[in-house]
Write a protein that binds this ligand. Structure first.
Ligand code: NDP
Ligand code: PYC
Length: 339
């Protein structure tokens, strides 16, 4: 498989041009291009340019409004709600982030609910700015059925990622961001594209038989990580980004979806906490570092986000190496509506 090397500027322009050609206004195109570029920069190809085909399909089918303008409401002192008005998630999130941070600084803990959005991205770049602002944060979002509940036999939960951010004084925030399936669906799609077998225990084929073939697993279903434990986390995320905020669960999102391959309409929940208001304003930051030191003392152990920051440094200096096939597909998509 041939690779190409692109600068972050190339990736951003390519993504933003493609989205504009397919009907996004500049604000929406830039907000989505930002998350795609961040994913490529940090080594998450499964949520970078590869996703543009889905974003474009959703614009072309009219499912997503590329001109959507999000509306922010303060529902309670500690609850901010953003109605994305049928647009992609990144612009809605950008509109809600500052009010969320401001609320958390006043109340100690605050939540941001995003409704009527279409989400297709990696979560960490969504909470990194909140952690950079000095707050601890968690974020979760559902999708469409892909994961079988523990003991069951049919996909019900999305691959429902959960991200956590922790602010640090002398280092960039610690972030973890993980699907609640053994593997994110995007990683299975990458394995299918590259012709790699999956490890045991990732998923089952359409008949429910364990399979290592990514194409068969994409026709079947994924398993939750850690058996019933990951399954319960996936369920919690369904409730946080669905019932709690008046949005759909993954199975409802699918019922409504037009099957264009782009992100379904749904919701997302982000919670932010100000560590200065939890009783140890002078000590929390150093105290956390003691835990990180203990982890790092163990041979072979590392902090989550170390790989991501390493990739970022290399992308900033040398660009991003990516599949030429993905690049060419994006270039073709960018020309699709050019007359
Ligand atoms: P990974 O399994 O690659 O990584 C999960 C987390 O574990 C990362 O924070 C990673 O940090 C950390 N990690 C990995 N190895 C170690 C280790 N040895 N020690 C400590 N920490 C480690 O992620 P997934 O494949 O589960 O998810 C990939 C992306 O897909 C995520 O960004 C997620 O948001 C996205 N996604 C989006 C969905 C959506 O509906 N929008 C659905 C599902 C997934 P590091 O990055 O430094 O390796
Ligand atoms: O990788 O599972 C995934 C995924 C679903 C929606 C966006 N990414």
């Amino acid at each position: 498989m041939t690779d190409v090397v692109l600068s972050l500027d190339d990736i951003h322009s390519l993504a933003s041009k493609c989205l504009t050609v397919h009907g996004c206004d500049a604000n929406n195109a830039n907000a989505v291009a930002d998350v795609i570029t961040a994913a490529e920069r940090d080594g998450c190809h499964s949520h970078g340019l590869m996703r543009l085909a889905g974003y474009v399909a959703a614009l072309d089918s009219g499912k997503v409004d590329g001109h959507a303008s999000p509306e922010v409401q303060q529902l309670a002192p500690a609850v901010v709600r953003v109605d994305g008005n049928g647009g992609f998630a990144p612009l809605a999130l950008a509109a809600g982030r500052a009010p969320l941070i401001e609320s958390a600084r006043k109340t100690g803990i605050a939540a941001l609910s995003l409704v009527n959005i279409h989400h297709f991205a990696a979560l960490w770049s969504e909470i990194e700015p909140i952690a950079e602002a000095g707050l601890a944060a968690i974020a979760c979002v559902s999708y469409m059925p892909a994961v079988i509940p523990a003991g069951g036999n049919k996909a019900l939960y999305g691959t429902n990622p959960f991200a956590f951010g922790w602010p640090r004084r002398n280092s960039p925030p610690l972030i973890f961001d993980q699907a609640s399936s053994v593997m994110a669906k995007g990683e299975v799609m990458l394995a299918a594209r590259e012709g790699h077998a999956l490890p045991d225990g990732v998923g089952v084929d359409a008949d429910g038989n364990p399979s290592n073939d990514p194409d068969e697993v994409l026709k079947g279903a994924l398993l939750a990580f850690g058996g019933h434990k990951g399954s319960s986390i996936a369920m919690m995320i369904e409730l946080f980004s669905g019932a709690l905020i008046g949005e759909s669960h993954s199975f409802e999102a699918k019922e409504r979806d037009n099957g264009d391959g782009g992100p379904p309409q749904g919701g997302e929940l982000i919670i932010a906490m100000d560590p200065n208001l939890f009783g140890d304003a002078d000590g929390w930051a150093d105290h956390a570092e003691k835990l990180f030191d203990q982890i790092l003392k163990q041979d072979g152990a590392r902090l989550p986000s170390a790989r991501r920051y390493h990739n970022r440094t290399s992308a900033l200096t040398s660009g991003v190496t990516m599949s030429e096939a993905v690049y060419e597909k994006v270039v073709a998509l960018s020309k699709a509506n050019d007359a």
